[in-house]
Design a protein around this ligand. Structure first.
Ligand SMILES: C[S@@+](CC[C@H](N)C(=O)[O-])C[C@H]1O[C@@H](n2cnc3c(N)ncnc32)[C@H](O)[C@@H]1O
Length: 254
């Protein structure tokens, strides 16, 4: 595993959380559909045999390794060494090669250009550290992905549905600072475990119109927005209360 230390300075709350979660991540219900998700994304991204794919915040490599098994040239980046160690073991068990790089998606820009990119199950998108700006964080990730893609290349994202954030929080959540409607951020407190201190995790929801704008600002155009909840991906209109939105985009930058 390569370590691209651009942007990986002090461990962020999300990095610590994912390091802790890494050994059991693939036991979560929502991770069980990776094979079907890979079928879906090969078709949606219109991938041709052997093409190169950048998996941003690849986690335990459940998509990266399956794509490599099907003959694609995959590079996965992630901020969590624990998640990358799982991905490395998974690639070894599957006897495939995946380039794995430890990097922060907010600053990582690939030295080569890829045929396609994926950033799934949020990836890094909207998982904010305490110092991240809620507009600049997702925008920087999109800009870096756009720069890492060939002109016209497609990308597929699943991101937290802000419509659900709004509908699932009450005024009391705003008053008790669990939800901030100005930044579209929600806070969850993770109790101390394994001798580690409690963590305060901040995640950001997105509404479709702002996603369209963020993608345009980053040099990508949105081709489709569909329901993207893990376990229920579909070419359908986003449902108000579903967990995630899927975005299929095309790189317009030269
Ligand atoms: C919910 S997991 C999703 C992993 C994988 N894409 C999947 O679909 O299973 C989120 C991942 O984002 C990574 N991550 C969080 N913030 C990041 C950042 N700023 N840069 C790179 N990776 C990040 C975490 O380490 C974790 O592996």
């Amino acid at each position: 595993m390569a370590d691209n230390d651009s942007g990986v300075t002090d461990r962020t709350e999300w990095e610590r959380f994912h390091d802790l979660e890494a050994p059991t991540y693939d036991l979560q219900e929502y991770t069980r559909n990776a094979i079907a998700e890979v079928d879906f994304l090969i078709e949606a991204l219109n991938l041709s045999a052997g093409e190169s794919i950048l998996d941003v915040a690849c986690g335990t490599g459940r998509h990266s390794v399956e794509l490599a098994r099907r003959g694609y040239a995959v590079t996965g980046i992630d901020i969590s060494a624990g998640m990358l160690a799982q991905a490395e073991a998974k690639a070894r068990a599957a006897k495939v090669s995946v380039e794995l790089i430890r990097a922060n998606a907010c600053s990582f820009c690939a030295p080569k250009q890829f045929d396609a990119a994926i950033c799934l199950c949020e990836g890094a998108f909207g998982l904010l550290s305490s110092t991240d700006d809620p507009i600049e964080q997702p925008l920087s990730i999109l800009r870096n992905i756009s720069h890492s893609l060939k002109p016209g290349a497609k990308s597929l994202f699943t991101v937290l549905n802000g419509l659900r954030f709004i509908r699932s929080h009450a005024q009391a959540d705003v008053e008790q600072q669990r939800f901030n409607p100005a930044t579209m951020t929600a806070v969850s407190e993770v109790p101390p475990s394994d001798g580690l201190p409690p963590m305060r995790l901040v995640e950001r929801g997105f509404i479709p119109t702002e996603l369209d704008l963020l993608f345009r600002l980053a040099g990508m155009s949105v081709l489709n927005m569909w329901g993207g909840t893990a376990g229920n991906w579909g070419r359908r209109t986003v449902e108000l209360d579903e967990m995630e939105i899927m975005i299929l985009a095309e790189n317009t930058a030269k």
